[in-house]
Design a binder for this molecule. Structure first.
Ligand SMILES: Cc1ncc(COP(=O)(O)O)c(C=O)c1O
Length: 414
């Protein structure tokens, strides 16, 4: 294969069908932002939308906004839009709470659906909150459940008729490795295992078809590739075929069949509405809708096509420029098994990530020596990939990472 040059990447930028989408984001000029897998960029339209929400809807219309400005329906309306990105049928997705809380809710509901089994299966390398929520719920249920943690290559063989729930994150936060959802869900279904997929690193970045895979439940973050803003509410999907038997472990008043009847006893609402708990955070929901609409406009197929090309090129560039310096890509070489990020293993990853930040290139660091480069194809350009690799190379060769301001103790953000 011939070496990649900056000129090749510049020409890809010129011909990029998604190029104009970058202008929909208020990114600082000159900044290379490779952390959209952690916190998505700010859509410019969110600024006016939030101002109107605060000044007009809250400031002027006050409590009347719950009906007049559609606040009461917002969780469903945005849920429908996210549902289109993840292969849900209408009425199967809602926006509510955080991903952690939605994991608790779906895991509780899934265990009820399979109440004669006691094992929750997941991979050891899953995101910690997924594991902690399962540990906490198992403890809370009296210690009769077992959380079985296995290596990812052991998952398929661990699926068996003793397992109640298989809980996996579709795209791994550290390596970017992507499960074959359809294959794993089919295996689980054949063994009578209920599935929960965490789509935090998938929604808005890779095509997902929960319906086609016959997945039972899913959850995911609104603040990563969906660009909903820091701490944006999460989404929750439940397959319609479970609605009749769906019992959520958090039964708040908004999940009631008639919240404003103020009855003494809980009666679950029909369908996905029973996954609501309490009053939704309107100030955080509104920008999420803006972010999701941009993804829908770009189409997930176009986003995936660009992301695959970008992650492929980035991995080739890393091999070409950085391999001699001891840098390795740890993301899967096969695009079909890779989400929208490339992770590198390299010596001095923390001070190098700090030195990159000082040059206006934002990736992130995961202990002990991983540098994650998130590819949000809505706003990451091809030439930026070249500039990032060139900067890492220069920082390593010059040793400029070896300065007191970069040698601080690692700090982490999600
Ligand atoms: C796979 C996965 N699940 C869940 C979370 C976080 O969940 P929460 O929004 O509840 O903090 C993250 C955060 O990075 C994540 O990567």
């Amino acid at each position: 294969m011939s070496p990649i040059s900056r000129a090749t990447l510049e020409s890809l930028d010129r011909n990029d069908p998604l190029r104009s989408f970058r202008d929909k984001f208020a990114l600082p000029k000159g900044l290379i932002y490779l952390d959209g897998n952690s916190l998505g960029a700010l859509p410019s339209a969110s600024v006016d939308r939030i101002r109107n929400l605060v000044e007009v809807e809250w400031g002027r219309d006050l409590i009347g906004s719950w009906n007049k400005n559609g606040w009461m329906d917002l969780q469903f309306r945005i849920g429908e839009k996210i549902g289109r990105l993840i292969g849900a049928l209408p009425g199967e997705t809602i926006v509510a709470d955080s991903t952690s809380v939605n994991l608790f809710k779906t895991l509780g509901a899934a265990l009820r659906l399979n109440s004669n089994r006691r094992i929750i299966l997941t991979e050891r390398g899953n995101f910690p909150t997924d594991i902690y929520i399962a540990q906490g719920l198992a403890d809370f249920l009296g210690g009769q459940h077992e959380l079985r943690l296995v290596e990812s290559d052991q998952i398929e063989s661990a699926i068996g008729s003793d397992v109640a729930v298989l809980m996996l994150t579709h795209v791994n936060y550290r390596s970017g490795r992507m499960w074959d959802m359809s294959r794993v869900t089919t295996l689980a279904r054949a063994a009578g295992v209920v599935t929960i997929w965490d789509l935090s690193h998938s929604a808005g970045a890779v095509p997902v078809d929960l319906g086609h895979a016959f997945a039972d439940f899913a959850v995911g973050c609104g603040y990563k590739y969906l660009n909903g803003g820091p701490g944006a509410p999460a989404f929750l999907y439940a397959a319609k075929r479970h609605f009749e038997r769906l019992a959520m472990p958090l039964t708040g008043w908004l999940g009631h069949a008639a919240p404003f009847a103020f009855e003494t006893d809980f009666r679950p609402a029909n369908g996905i509405a029973r996954a609501r708990v309490g009053t939704p955070p309107i100030l955080s929901l509104v920008p999420l809708e803006v972010g999701v609409e941009i993804v829908l406009e770009a189409t997930i197929a176009q986003l995936r096509a660009k992301s695959v090309l970008q992650t492929d090129l980035l991995m080739r560039l890393i091999a070409q420029e950085l391999h001699p310096l001891g840098v390795e890509s740890v993301s899967p070489a096969d695009a079909a098994s890779r989400g929208s990020q490339v992770s590198l293993r390299l010596p001095h990853a923390w001070p190098i990530s700090q030195a990159l930040t000082a040059r206006g290139i934002i990736g992130d660091f995961r202990a002990p020596e991983t540098l994650r480069l998130g590819i949000a194809p809505l706003y990451v350009g091809f030439s930026e990939l070249w500039d990032t690799v060139a900067a890492i190379k220069d920082i390593m060769i010059s040793g400029s990472w070896n300065q007191p301001q970069f040698l601080t103790a690692p700090s982490q953000v999600t």
